[in-house]
Structures are given as C-alpha cells and as structure tokens.
Design a binder for this molecule. Sequence first.
Ligand SMILES: Cc1cc2nc3c(=O)[nH]c(=O)nc-3n(C[C@H](O)[C@H](O)[C@H](O)COP(=O)(O)O)c2cc1C
Length: 222
Amino acid sequence: MELYDAIMTTRSMRRLTNDPPVTDVEIEHCLRAAVQAPNGGNVQPWQFVVLTDPDQRQRVAEVLQRATTRYMDAIEAMRPPSDNAASERSWERGARLTRHLADHLAATPMVLFVLTPYPNILTDDEGPIEIGRLEASIFPAVQNFLLAARDIGLGTTLTTLVKVYEDEIKAICGIKAHHDVVALVPVGRPVGNFGTPPRRPAETVTSWNTYGERRPFADPTT
Ligand SMILES: Cc1cc2nc3c(=O)[nH]c(=O)nc-3n(C[C@H](O)[C@H](O)[C@H](O)COP(=O)(O)O)c2cc1C
C-alpha cells in the first residue's frame, strides 16, 4: 500500500486473532524495517525478543494484567474533569481497550519485546552528558515495525505497561538484568478495521515562525 495511507490508517489494534496464523516470515519482514530506523550515532541500541511460546506468553499476560490493574486504578485518580460526552466516551473506550489487551494477551499470536542493552545515561570523567533520552533512538524502530506490519495487514499496538513489573518479564524471557525493556508490541490479524484514528488537526498544533501564529492548511483535496 501507499506509505502515506499506511501512516494515516495505523492505529492501535488490540483485538487480534491468529487466523490465518502469523508467520515468522511476516515478523522477520517487519523487523527488517525496524532496524532501518534513524538512531543517534547509528549505535542501533535495540534488541528484540519475539515471543511465540504459549506458556511464556501466558506468564507474561498474567504480569501484564496485574500491571494494568495497578495502572488503571492510579490513572483513574488523574481522570480530567469531564467537559463533554465525547471526551468521557473516549476515556472509557481507552480504558476498556487497554484492559482488553491485557486480558487477551495470552491468546495474541505473537508478542514482541523491544529492549536496549545500553544505559540511559552517557557519562565521562566530568559526569553525565545530556544527549536526550535513549528511547528517542528506539521508538522510531518500533514505529517502523508498526508501519511494516500495517502494510501487510497485521495489527499491532505500541505498549509500555510492561515496565511496571519489568523484572518479572525479564525473568520469564531470559532478558539480562541490566537490559531495559522499552516496549511490548502484540501482533496479530486484526478483528476490527484499520482506519484513521481521531487526532487534533495538525493545523491546530502548528505555529509558523512565532509560537502561537496559526494558519489554516491548504485543502488536501484540491
Ligand atoms: C509510549 C506509549 C505507551 C503506550 N502504552 C500502552 C499500554 O501500555 N497499553 C495499551 O493498551 N496501549 C498503550 N499505548 C497505546 C495508546 O493508548 C494509543 O496509541 C493511543 O490511545 C492512540 O490510539 P489510536 O492510535 O488507536 O487512536 C501506548 C502508546 C504509546 C505511544
């Protein structure tokens, strides 16, 4: 498919099946795209673990369910005051889907872990050197994976709740203690349809020359 269409219709797909089964060849196709991502100094600070084993996936799912319960209780306390029914529905939908993913992870065809063996802080004799967060060199690779998956019709979601009980995840997957788990991406055949997810229009978050100077974008259909 066209690249722009793939970008515009890549959304979080959490209802995933294995019919027909997701193949290793498809995952390898997406991983090849992942490692082509830009990254600071071309250090390529990523490692990937593809989880296909049902027993391991079940154990990971149990950890993620606990993490999700804890997260959702905590985030509920931060729920913004409801100003309209649409934002209320959007909040409820997000919560429901996050819960759904955790509750169905064990049945997800494949689960990808993205990790880094590198420390987040670069130091020398003078101390820490501020070079921005290491994840900035990893999330572009994750996004490449998501887009390559979209291109071949696979559904994915970028998730990070795996961080909550990261040490338990590492133990299940034999990930070294000093490695940092950055994200978990479930992969499968989507049950729902791909489509353009709701976002604030680009023109409402773009300034020209001076912050706050907005101008309407040209009509893309003309
Ligand atoms: C850094 C990051 C962390 C996320 N973590 C989770 C997560 O742990 N669980 C989950 O279900 N979705 C997670 N998401 C997915 C977001 O909820 C999703 O991108 C957002 O709601 C927009 O969804 P949409 O693209 O379907 O509109 C995460 C997304 C990002 C970028």
